[in-house]
Ligand binder design. Structure first.
Ligand SMILES: O=C(O)CCC(=O)C(=O)O
Ligand SMILES: [Fe+2]
Length: 342
């Protein structure tokens, strides 16, 4: 039996796992082996091969990730020990439409895809970065004040990823390539929020509307996709004693005359904001957020556009790809059409 290491950290900090030097070397070998099969992180063969490749990863790491998935011990975990070659990846881009050249960070993308594939299936939205399965997060000129991943000067309010859709990811993977100015990701686990029983009851009723964020809407309009009117939804669900949560501070609405729902929502948002903590990722650190058990966001920061800005790679992971089958063109497609997403 492998002993599962779970270090929950202090208070509600993410669980942590540090690859030993030997584990990091083993992981690098598996990534290098995988790279010989693929040209890009869009390559379907990467996703065919990933379930086999993951079995070759260090056992202690696999045990940790399975524990995180099965037992839900924490709202997030950080895995460190992967080395990013700062020179090899080149300058931080300022546009993600880079054409067909091989990514200079392909090894890092494959590392992210392999660890993501231990937790579930990687998928993407048609309306986010053209459906790329591994997305780039860096500040984009002109998007400074948006509420999207390319923003910088504006706060990314606390949110569940893709809160508007029941097809939202179970896990969000964020691999840091560069973060010279130590820009934090904000994070709050749902456990431990001191809501009253009355507030919990209201939040567990379908009295809230979660709207698609601006990134989805802008791209959906360009693609001629029309996201359907969002249904009313509950924000707390699952086990009432230890509920799952869906919320998006900026893109949520209630009926104007439902003051009970408004008050409960205000209390939830106040508690979330008061309990948030910073997770400042260093290059090579991989943060997995459990999108049912925690919300996240990002503090404002200054973008320099000098090739040294903060740069993360991102995946969305579902435990069940089948539930989005009606919104994908084939059983093997991993791109969910936003226009068909509920
Ligand atoms: O930039 C970050 O740290 C988080 C951004 C974010 O919310 C996301 O990628 O979903
Ligand atoms: Fe997010």
């Amino acid at each position: 039996m492998i002993k599962v290491e779970h270090r929950p950290g202090s208070g509600s900090a993410p669980a942590r796992y540090d690859l030993t030097a030997a584990e990091a070397a083993r992981t690098r070998e598996v990534v290098t082996q995988t790279l010989s099969h693929v040209e890009s992180s869009e390559d379907p063969s990467l996703y065919r091969y990933a379930p086999l490749a993951t079995r070759l990863l260090p056992e202690r790491l696999l045990a940790f990730l399975h524990h995180f998935r099965q037992e839900e011990p924490a709202g997030a975990c950080v895995i460190s020990g992967w080395q990013v070659d700062d020179h090899a990846i080149g300058p931080t881009p300022d546009t993600w439409r880079t054409g067909t050249t091989r990514s200079r960070a392909l090894a890092d993308e494959v590392y992210l895809v392999l660890l993501s594939s231990v937790l579930g299936e990687v998928f993407a939205w048609s309306t986010v970065q053209d459906g790329h399965l591994v997305q780039d997060l860096f500040p984009v000129p002109g998007e400074e004040h948006e509420k999207s991943a390319g923003s910088s000067a504006s706060l990314l309010d606390l949110h569940s990823e893709d809160a508007f859709s029941p097809l939202r990811c179970d896990y969000l993977g964020l691999l840091c390539l560069r973060n010279d100015t130590a820009v934090p990701t904000s994070y709050v686990p749902v456990d431990g929020l001191s809501l009253t029983p009355e507030q919990r009851t209201v939040l567990a009723e379908p009295r809230f509307v979660l709207l698609p964020d601006s990134e989805h809407l802008k791209r959906a309009a360009e693609r001629g996709e029309q996201p359907p009117a969002p249904p009313r939804t509950a924000l707390l669900f699952g086990d009432p004693a230890s509920p799952y949560l869906v919320v998006d501070e900026f893109f949520i609405r209630t009926d104007p005359d439902d003051t009970q729902a408004q008050d409960a929502l205000a209390a939830l948002l106040r508690l979330l904001n008061d309990s948030q903590r910073d997770v400042t990722l260093a290059p090579g650190e991989l943060l997995f957020i459990d999108n049912y058990r925690a919300v996240h966001g990002r503090k404002p920061f200054h973008a320099s556009y000098d090739g040294r800005d903060r740069w993360l790679k991102r995946t969305s992971v579902t435990r069940d790809l089948r539930k989005s089958r009606a919104a994908r063109t084939s059983a093997t497609s991993r791109v969910v059409s936003t226009g068909l997403s509920w």
